[in-house]
Ligand binder design. Structure first.
Ligand code: SAH
Ligand code: F3S
Length: 484
């Protein structure tokens, strides 16, 4: 229970970020990120844009000239957390009145100018597609005006911006490949805050991976709200693909091709990707994963509910049976595949029977891990406008607990399957519990800890798995893997 809660907390908790300091930069930026990995990566893009404006990052709030908070709107709790942080900034601003405060990301997009009225401390409001405008907006703010840019874009992918890696372990990094989402799940605020879906030029993706290779990174996670929907045909919104020229359509690059290009060009780099929406997941992607040893055998395949009635109300474009068939096919092609889920407990109209269907689906798949949430109504979404949030909070909480308990059982079942095996692990850092142990992940994304011995950060090591909890494997290194 604790472990799963912790994972969820880490997903929504902000972090003060640091990076290498550039000589000549005199101003100090304190930037904090909440929400998904895309937001973490967006903060790295923001840091790169502001690096050129003379800002180095700092971890000390009190010494900052500029404080930016990259926000998340996915659930009410995420927004409440950000509001609390703004109070903290307010207290610091009283001591340091020249400090400027800006709100970035999904809450900025959702609340726009309202932020300035609601939170007097805020000087600057910038949506996810407007970060290039930050230098102009900051000039406005420095002249004493409030500044807002929340325009969503048709083609912004920040493809040419090399992110400044923040809070990096120097081993694994994120590379964004799509922005926005066209799916319109009825519970979800993302299409409103991040705009329509667009894909990034594969050349700029490969170039960014090359930069990471040159800096000795070993693992790249390709990011998007819906990566399997990736489609490059010269730029612009995905919905305009049919209007593109015949030539552009014929030479388009889809996700399985992009994955193949990455894995072929960089055979020593481990690739992961997230997130896969079941409705856009093609078996081509699974075949590409099977073809390349350096594509990790792990899929995050959110399903949200196991009930056809609820899936329909959520506007998910597949049934429970189609999802189960997809999972069967995945295991047929890659039997050792690890799967994780996202589930929502207590969506509008969810009955006990619907909930039982979700539990049965969990039982069928036996996911390696999962991220489970109670439904949180979001203003502006179709569910927020048209459906009644009619499941009492206590019932939502009880159902969530049942999902978590069952998931924990399955997580333990899955970790136990690794016992006695020798698995390749990439060392990513020191174990939080024991400074004498390394922490890394196997291809399935399961965390393994083992004694450090003479191994170093970034080494690929073969580890014999000797023990496990539901969240972690424990083992001993038996030598370097042949990937070093
Ligand atoms: N395409 C992304 C979705 C990002 S939101 C992805 O699949 O990861 C991440 C998860 O948050 C969703 O999968 C869903 O389980 C959860 N979520 C989204 N909106 C929610 C809401 N209104 N209430 C509760 N959980 C929600
Ligand atoms: Fe949200 Fe559904 Fe897109 S969960 S991000 S609208 S795939």
């Amino acid at each position: 229970m604790k472990q799963i809660e912790k994972v969820i907390d880490e997903k929504i908790q902000g972090k003060a970020l640091i990076t290498e300091q550039k000589e000549g930069n005199t101003k100090k930026l304190f930037i904090e990120s909440y929400g998904c990995q895309m937001n973490m990566n967006d903060s790295e893009i923001v840091a790169a844009i502001l690096d050129k404006e003379g800002y180095n990052t700092t971890q000390i709030l009190e010494e900052a000239d500029l404080v930016l908070v990259n926000t998340c709107s996915i659930r009410e709790k995420a927004e409440t957390t950000v509001r609390k942080r703004l109070q903290k900034y307010n207290a610091v601003k009283k001591v340091n009145p020249t400090m400027k405060v800006g709100v970035l990301g999904c809450m900025a997009e959702r609340l726009k100018e309202k932020f300035l009225e609601e939170e007097k401390i805020v000087d600057l409001v910038v949506g996810p597609d407007a970060y290039r405008d930050l230098p102009n907006l900051l000039a406005e703010v420095n002249e004493g005006r409030e500044a807002v840019n929340v325009i969503l874009s048709k083609d912004e992918t920040y493809g040419d911006v090399s992110p400044v890696r923040l809070n990096s372990n120097g081993v694994s990094a994120f590379v964004s490949i799509t922005r926005g989402c066209d799916n319109m799940c009825t519970f979800c605020v993302v299409p409103f805050t991040r705009g329509r879906e667009r894909s990034r030029d594969p050349k700029s993706i490969l170039q960014e991976v090359q930069e990471m290779v040159d800096k000795n990174f070993k693992e790249i996670t390709l990011l998007g709200q819906n990566v399997d929907s990736y489609l490059w045909f010269g730029g612009g919104l995905k919905k305009d693909f049919k209007k593109a020229s015949e030539m552009a359509q014929a030479t388009a690059v889809d996700f399985s091709q992009l994955l193949d290009m990455c894995a072929t060009e960089f055979p020593k780099i481990r690739f992961r990707f997230s997130t896969s929406n079941p409705q856009d997941m093609s078996l081509d992607v699974i075949h590409t994963m099977a073809k390349h040893k350096n594509i990790c055998k792990y899929l995050h395949l959110p399903v949200q509910s196991g009930s056809n009635k609820i899936l329909k109300a959520m506007n998910r474009q597949h049934t429970r049976e189609e999802y189960m068939e997809l999972v069967d096919n995945i295991f047929k092609i890659i039997p050792e595949m690890s799967l994780s889920q996202d589930m929502i407990a207590g969506f509008c109209g969810e009955t006990e029977e619907d909930h039982q269907d979700t539990l049965k689906l969990l039982e069928y798949v036996k996911y390696d891990f999962g991220f489970m949430f109670t439904y949180s109504e979001r203003p502006g979404t179709l569910a927020g406008k048209k459906m009644e949030d009619d499941v009492p909070f206590d019932t939502k909480k009880r159902r969530l607990q049942e999902l978590i308990d069952l998931q924990l059982k399955h997580s333990l079942y899955r970790t136990q399957q690794h016992l006695g095996k020798v698995e390749e692990v990439l060392i990513e850092g020191t174990s939080k519990k024991d400074p004498n142990q390394w922490k890394g992940r196997n291809t399935q994304n399961t965390v393994i800890v083992f004694p450090k011995e003479h191994y170093k950060m970034g080494d690929f090591v073969n580890v014999k798995v000797e023990d496990c909890t539901s969240a972690t494997l424990k083992g001993t290194a038996v030598g370097y893997s042949d990937n070093n």
